[in-house]
Design a binder for this molecule. Structure first.
Ligand code: DAH
Length: 349
């Protein structure tokens, strides 16, 4: 009986003394001590020959042996693995070309916006900015939008729950008010930015989109100045040979107009876009209403000006031949649409 206890002690000492130096020796170690025909198993099987009063003591001793053999095996395996990873690192060829990283590119909406900004800055406009969370006064009141205008409806506009006078701006026009309040004429700005409307999302419209606002205030600014400025823009942006101004209504301009650019119907694409008329509507514009000037502290007897506002997304869809506005909202414009973007981004900017 003493023998078998001693045998376990000897095995414990043997395990402690082992130091397998490579994977092969380690495997031999495992087979010898921990394998299904190994020493630990054999010693465990001896349990049945141990008298009852010593079974507990024996069981604890064999368990210690088993644990120590397993721990030793595990730690030696970790050491060997770390060594072989180190060896791999040494074999690493640092001069080999790396994994290619997918290249990013500008979002088509940014490309369109940049192009618009470019055209107007060449004409002497500077870029202005305003908050996307706007107050009721700048978004509506200053812009001469009456209390009963549908845009003021809770259902058409996103209001801030805890601050009912604050809303997600429905257009970039409030930047006009902010600029007129803070600067003296001459004012010649464009204000690109994101706007929000409670619209049903479809292939053609979204609840969140971009606009570019324009404002020109000085002494003696006329409708003819507006027409010439916008015609120049249409030529540069669309290569349009002519524009058309149709009478319209906006609360903040008088007179107001909508501008169409001539695309013609010679290609199937243009015929579809212009619904067979050759004309594509791209913006609203007009002479700044004297009431708006007064609201913003500018004397309409001394100054006059024009303003315009255009949506970006539809121009982007046209320029890049993108079929659905929702594709512009995809994360990083990635995945399957990347091919579309690649092809379309060859458009010459
Ligand atoms: N704010 C208008 C809209 O969102 C667009 C617009 C029309 C802006 C005429 C203007 C303008 O500055 O003069 O529909």
């Amino acid at each position: 009986m003493v023998d078998i206890f001693e045998k376990v002690q000897q095995t414990l000492a043997a395990v402690a003394a082992e130091s397998p130096a490579n994977a092969e020796a380690l495997e031999q170690f495992r087979i010898r001590y921990l394998g299904s025909k190994g020493e630990v198993k054999a010693l465990m099987e001896e349990m049945r020959n141990i008298p009852n009063e010593r079974k507990r003591e024996y069981g604890q001793l064999v368990n210690t042996l088993k644990q120590q053999a397993e721990e030793k095996h595990q730690s030696l395996r970790d050491i060997l693995e770390a060594q072989s990873a180190g060896a791999d690192a040494v074999r690493l060829d640092l001069t080999a070309p790396g994994e290619p990283l997918p290249l990013g590119s500008r979002h088509p909406v940014s490309l369109t916006l940049n192009r618009i900004v470019d055209i107007f800055t060449r004409m002497g406009f500077s870029v202005a900015d305003g908050p996307e969370i706007e107050d009721d006064w700048h978004n509506f009141t200053a812009m001469n939008t009456p209390e009963d205008h549908p845009a003021r409806d809770m259902h058409d506009t996103f209001y801030v729950v805890d601050a009912p006078k604050m809303l997600l701006r429905t257009h970039t026009s409030p930047v006009q008010a902010r600029i007129m309040q803070s600067r003296k004429p001459p004012i010649r700005i464009i204000a690109p930015g994101r706007v929000y409307r409670n619209e049903t999302i479809s292939a053609r419209s979204h609840a969140q989109f971009h606009q570019v606002e324009g404002l020109y205030i000085d002494r003696g600014v006329s409708f003819a100045d507006m027409k010439q400025t916008l015609f120049h823009f249409a030529q540069e942006m669309f290569g349009a040979p002519k524009i058309r101004l149709r009478p319209s209504f906006f609360p903040f301009t008088e007179p107001s107009a909508e501008m169409d650019v001539w695309l013609g119907t010679d290609t199937e694409e243009n015929a579809r876009l212009t619904k067979g008329t050759g004309w594509l509507e791209i913006l609203g514009c007009g002479m700044v209403d004297p009431q708006v000037l007064i609201n913003c502290g500018i004397d309409p007897e001394e100054y006059s000006g024009f303003a315009f506002g255009m949506g970006i997304e539809r121009q982007t869809l046209r320029l890049f031949n993108i079929p659905d506005i929702r594709m512009l909202m995809m994360c990083g414009f990635c995945g399957s649409s990347v091919r579309t973007a690649d092809r379309l981004l060859t458009v010459d900017f």
